[in-house]
Design a protein around this ligand. Structure first.
Ligand code: F6R
Length: 280
């Protein structure tokens, strides 16, 4: 597992966006080769999405040959509700870029048969050739997508009830009113994310420090579902200084010492290549 430590939220967002940019440019998506992205919502990825939109506007990135699968969606929230994950994704990313609506996939929490919706979501991911890069955030309790503590580490897309902790954490998006937060969600499983060819998790803020410690320094445990990625062959966690507060000094020193190596992964070199191609 790689652990990339940046100064603060803005630096973390920028690094994450550059990493995604470079992965997409290296992949060279085209009509016969779509880049398939798994995506999260929430406060954490907003800065990265903003940066990706900038890259699109600068002509550095195109999303024409990108397919996306979001991690989760609330059950029983109108699709056009400002806090639905549909609204979040269109407001923060999709409406600003050249992605084709038919290539966007978000679970339908209003489907009449929720189990069928979940089954079909897995089938759509398989039909798309699997996920190349699954990006995620984590909750303070270490949940990945809505795989709350105790979720099976081989779970697939399904209906999940949110824990009290998650409802409290997400009340900030509903005017601080816990009673307005939906209590159920549709979510990809830990196994669904594990199947991605690469997993990238963004962790920022002191309130995620204990979860990061559990993810990096303790064993794989279904009470901290993010810890499952210790067993992924290509997992990268991108975090800020505040999120490292519970890590051992020697862990932090080791990974910081690797920054010159890691920074190559988010370098701007590829960019000059793109600009050269455009000038031809
Ligand atoms: C969002 C999701 C959640 C969030 C997590 C952190 O699609 O699946 O796991 O990533 O709850 O949320 P924020 O970023 O708001 O702290």
């Amino acid at each position: 597992m790689r652990l990339v430590i940046l100064d603060d939220y803005d630096k973390t967002s920028e690094w994450a966006a550059k990493y995604v940019r470079n992965r997409m440019l290296d992949f060279k998506p085209g009509p016969d080769k779509y880049f398939v992205l798994g995506l999260p919502t929430g406060g954490t990825p907003k800065g990265m999405y903003k940066k990706l939109v900038e890259f699109y506007k600068q002509g550095v990135l195109s999303f024409k040959y990108v397919k996306t699968f979001n991690m989760d969606e609330y059950v029983n929230i109108p699709r056009d509700h400002p806090e639905s994950y549909h609204s979040f994704m269109w407001d923060n990313l999709f409406k600003h870029i050249d992605i084709l609506p038919e290539n966007v996939h978000i679970l339908d929490g209003n489907a009449t048969d929720l189990d069928k919706e979940c089954r079909e979501y897995e089938e759509k991911i398989t039909a798309a050739g699997g996920i190349e890069l699954f990006i995620g955030g984590i909750g303070p309790d270490g949940h990945i997508a809505f795989n709350e503590p105790g979720s099976s580490l081989v779970s697939r897309t399904r209906v999940k009830s949110l824990t009290k902790d998650t409802i409290i954490a997400n009340a900030r998006f509903f005017g601080g009113d816990e009673s307005k937060v939906p209590t159920e969600s549709l979510t990809v499983g830990v196994g669904t994310v594990m199947d991605a060819r690469e997993v990238m998790i963004i962790v920022t803020g002191a309130n995620k420090a204990f979860a990061l410690y559990k993810a990096v320094e303790e064993g794989v445990n279904h009470m901290w579902t993010v810890s499952a990625f210790q067993q992924h062959r290509r997992a990268i966690i991108i975090c800020d200084e505040d999120a490292t507060l519970e890590l051992r000094v020697k862990t932090v020193k080791y990974f910081k010492g690797l920054m010159p190596v890691h920074n190559k992964l988010a370098a701007d070199d590829d960019l000059s290549e793109v600009q050269r191609q455009k000038k031809k």
